[in-house]
Write a protein that binds this ligand. Structure first.
Ligand SMILES: Nc1ncnc2c1ncn2[C@@H]1O[C@H](COP(=O)(O)OP(=O)(O)OP(=O)(O)O)[C@@H](O)[C@H]1O
Ligand SMILES: [Mg+2]
Length: 256
């Protein structure tokens, strides 16, 4: 349903051209929770942002449901973007609006009439378990609650795809669990396809069915995590999987 074909993105910097993403190809199927993992600067966020063309690639094509987004005029692209929600590491909530009005925001932009907005907002807040916080302002919420407001806001546009950029990087491990559970639930219950950027293998292990490993702007390896025996070939994938295995053994030992 999402096809990235040979995506390239170069930034002009003071130090010369910087190849943030090079020849990256990826197919994300309907219902996938697809992880993009790699170290800082690998190009994960840039690649994620090319999916809804927040970042326009200089090379390659983006298709969603068979339609080439890279070929659409901006007007059409704006409409398609409504079907692609996005959440971020730092939540990006509007601090001068309460929870209800934050979730309402994308609907107001899309000029959805007020009467239609209310049931939509209420059901989105219910999905993330925050109905009782509708009137609260972001400053009064925990990190996990803020991220769930952001998820509700992303769901308001009735998306088929949800893009997540390090959604658990600024919360504690326990809160990470509640955010990942919310993502898994909307994937299962609403059939929303998720692409999630992370640098933590435990996030991938917790919810992803597939993962692509990025290094220096390239996708170096892809894995289907439902397969029994995963044999990483690249040094970076070996490192990421090995540390995870070591961590698992440590956990097992500590509970033995
Ligand atoms: N707008 C920009 N202008 C110039 N350089 C950029 C821009 N955006 C990203 N870069 C550079 O492109 C490279 C890839 O950045 P990107 O943010 O995609 O990496 P990342 O894997 O998401 O890293 P992190 O884990 O730190 O978020 C980095 O070297 C970054 O400095
Ligand atoms: Mg990033």
């Amino acid at each position: 349903m999402i096809t990235l074909n040979k995506i390239g993105k170069t930034f002009a910097t003071a130090g010369g051209p910087l190849h943030a993403v090079s020849s990256a190809s990826l197919t994300v199927e309907q219902g996938d929770i697809y992880g993009l993992i790699g170290f800082s600067g690998a190009g994960k966020s840039t690649l994620l942002r090319t999916i809804n063309l927040l970042e326009r690639p200089d090379e390659g094509t983006v298709h969603v449901d068979g339609e080439e987004l890279t070929a659409l005029p901006l007007r059409e692209l704006r409409k398609r973007r409504l079907a692609i929600g996005m959440i971020f590491q730092h939540f990006n909530l509007l601090n001068n609006r309460n929870v209800y009005d934050n979730v309402s925001f994308p609907l107001e932009i899309a000029k959805v009439p007020r009467a239609e907005r209310r049931p939509r907002i209420e059901s989105c807040l219910e999905m993330v378990g925050l109905s009782d916080k509708a009137k609260a302002y972001p400053a009064k919420l925990s990190g996990g609650q803020k991220q769930r407001v952001a998820i509700a806001r992303a769901l308001a546009g009735n998306p088929k795809i949800l893009l997540c950029d390090e959604p658990t990087s600024s919360v504690d491990p326990q809160t990470t669990g509640s955010i990942l559970a919310a993502l898994q639930e909307i994937n299962r219950n609403l059939g929303i396809t998720i692409v999630i950027v992370t640098h933590e293998m435990n996030v991938v292990k917790a919810i992803c069915n597939k993962v692509a490993v990025m290094e220096h702007g390239r996708i170096v390896e892809k894995f289907d995590l439902r397969e029994k025996h995963i044999v990483p070939q690249s040094p970076i994938a070996q490192y990421l999987f090995k540390n995870e295995i070591a961590l698992e053994r440590e956990m097992e030992a500590s509970y033995a």
